[in-house]
Write a protein that binds this ligand. Sequence first.
Ligand SMILES: NC(=O)c1ccc[n+]([C@@H]2O[C@H](COP(=O)([O-])OP(=O)(O)OC[C@H]3O[C@@H](n4cnc5c(N)ncnc54)[C@H](OP(=O)(O)O)[C@@H]3O)[C@@H](O)[C@H]2O)c1
Length: 379
Amino acid sequence: MSLPANYLQMRSTVSSEGQLRMELVEKQMPTPTENQVVVRIEATPINPSDLAVMLGLSDSSQATTSGDGSKAVLSAPIAPQIMPALKARYDQALPIGNEGAGVVVAAGSGEYAQSLLGKTVAAMGGGMYAQYQVVDAMNCLPLLEGNTAKEGASSFVNPLTALCMIETMRMDGHTALVHTAAASNLGQMLNRICQADGVDLVNVVRKDEQEKVLRDMGAKYVVNSSKETFMKDLINAIHETGATLAFDATGGGHLASNILSAMEAAAARTPGAYSIYGSVKHKQVYLYGGLDTAPTTLSRGYGMAWGVGGWLLPNFLAKAGMEVAVRLRTRVAKELTTTFASNYTEELSLTDMLDADTVRRYDAKKTGEKFLVCPQMPI
Ligand SMILES: NC(=O)c1ccc[n+]([C@@H]2O[C@H](COP(=O)([O-])OP(=O)(O)OC[C@H]3O[C@@H](n4cnc5c(N)ncnc54)[C@H](OP(=O)(O)O)[C@@H]3O)[C@@H](O)[C@H]2O)c1
């Protein structure tokens, strides 16, 4: 197959003057090295982890678009107090888009790379908001016969994160989980996994409709942080499940602290689980997302056996090793259209991504509203 000499790739730049600029740049078609492949990207999702890099914490309510077609440019101001945190990326046009799927159209001479030629694969590695991308063959997951690129677009970030939460639980000696922003795309996958694997999961949501989404899926424990009975409900659910590990997607405010307080109160109900320094069992909250940008506030009142820390998928996978990664990827490929199915509310071309009104909609990160970029759609 003859490939075009050039292709378009989305770039995001934060200027030292405090402006975000997003635009398409023309790149030369690369020649893959021995263990690389070139993927014609057909579908790539917009996840919260993409938005952070893509929009550079700019104020999307003030975003504007100039020009059109492949010359469209999105601009948005960034608040001065945020700028120091972005210093490492000032004035660099960064490629964006963590994962995607498409057809392998060129491959290096390596055996595995060659075996992927012509196959539809999911891929990770960055720069996926592009018509083509070169990736390491090892970062490709061949989809099973009959599965499409759109079905495989979200094969890595959310499926592997949900699976690795369970792996973390087992490795760290916990037996049940608490999860926040639990009606998210990832949260729904986690519910399906936990139900299939017999793991108790306490879902924390903030709206009645999110409660309904999860209960309709068969979730047993759903607590709503906007209800007056929230703390009581959370303590009861933690007591029943024995959860001592939480993954908090909000990251900010009091939620992590409230979860630790609830774990402590639940432990206090169990004779022997307590010492003069608080409950004995280690309680851990991992802040794995930043949906709430407020500072994280800890009101310590839960003894001394607790921890709050960050958690990132690639770091966990590096620690868990290749065998675990292969086992989890194999499960994702097998259950792609069931456990790990993602629903998209809208499909966007690369230029649609630069439309200011569209940006405001996908930056809202609302429950059930996921956007899929289809780079082969006409510009
Ligand atoms: N650390 C890692 O390695 C890693 C990997 C993958 C994903 N993640 C994180 O996983 C999270 C979920 O991703 P996703 O793709 O599944 O998200 P998603 O489908 O876009 O859903 C986002 C959810 O978050 C809720 N939400 C937004 N702002 C909130 C806030 N301030 N407080 C409480 N809930 C809020 C939304 O509910 P409303 O409708 O109420 O707004 C929605 O249910 C993200 O935070 C992402 O960054 C982390």
